[in-house]
Design a protein. Structure first.
Length: 153
């Protein structure tokens, strides 16, 4: 199981996802360019003391990510997803992809996804914060695939 961020706009969300990755032993793919300057100092600041514990793979572009990504399904979290995430049967080799906070992902990314899921929300609201959405779906995916079994209590 992996988590991937598509061109994030908010450094604090990147930091939260780095921390999520470090705490759960989940590799994190960062698809650039980001909407803010990315350097080790800024990423370390956003991720606090979790940066060195995370497995972070940076990709210079969507094309680079597509070329180099791990095998398995690409599962996109999107407000336009047809399948509610509680109905998804996750697999251990899934890569869970979240889009930009300001714009989601472009059509070519939607088309490349093997599965597009959504988080059911109350009527009249747009979306959750991407780090929060990622945490919700990662939690369910790890639960289904026994991914928590490898973690110490």
């Amino acid at each position: 199981m992996r988590l991937a961020l598509f061109e994030p706009d908010i450094p604090q969300n990147l930091g939260a996802c780095i921390r999520l990755s470090a705490c759960l032993g989940l590799p994190l793919d960062l698809i650039e360019p980001c909407g803010f300057p990315v350097d080790d100092r800024r990423m370390r600041r956003a991720a606090m003391d979790y940066f060195d514990r995370a497995t972070l793979v940076r990709h210079a572009s969507w094309a680079a990510f597509r070329r180099d990504r791990a095998p398995g399904r690409l599962v996109l979290l999107t407000t336009l997803g047809a399948v509610p995430f509680p109905d998804v049967a996750f697999r251990p080799d899934d890569t869970l992809l979240v889009g930009r906070e300001s714009a989601g992902v472009p059509a070519e990314v939607h088309e490349a996804a093997d599965l597009r899921l959504r988080i059911p929300l109350q009527p009249g609201v747009r979306s959750l914060n991407v780090a929060l959405a990622a945490a919700m779906v990662v939690s369910e995916a790890l639960r289904q695939t026994s991914g928590y079994d490898a973690l110490a209590d």
